[in-house]
Design a protein around this ligand. Sequence first.
Ligand SMILES: [Zn+2]
Ligand SMILES: [Zn+2]
Ligand SMILES: [Zn+2]
Length: 135
Amino acid sequence: MTKTISLLAKCPHCGKSFMDDEIKLHDVPSIKLNIETQSNRGTIRLCSVYGCYDHLCDFDLKDGEIAKFFCPYCNKELTSNMECEAPNCNAPMIPFTLELGGKVFICSRKGCSNHFVAFEDISTEVRKFYHEYGF
Ligand SMILES: [Zn+2]
Ligand SMILES: [Zn+2]
Ligand SMILES: [Zn+2]
């Protein structure tokens, strides 16, 4: 599979789109969020390509550090009660609601590249997504 998919993510609380057309990563709009670690607060832009973990952060994120993510519009934290299943990680997973339906979860630990997609219902759109991208 060489095809890339751009996830259109929005806030699970206020429903505003996180997509930022002004700053692109891998030629697709980035996902803009507020980020907080033990020592810093700032803005992060995540690559919206599924499976890619490239990002731009306005401060230095250390490898292994766990960050908290907040909606830039309503400022609510993006949290789930799910933990990362990567070996020796167990960091909280961060949920995004997808425009398509369902959710994508990413690990909150810098350097961990765990992503997964969870669909709430199998609509035509979702089947198309599975079909086109081979999940
Ligand atoms: Zn929000
Ligand atoms: Zn990317
Ligand atoms: Zn992880």
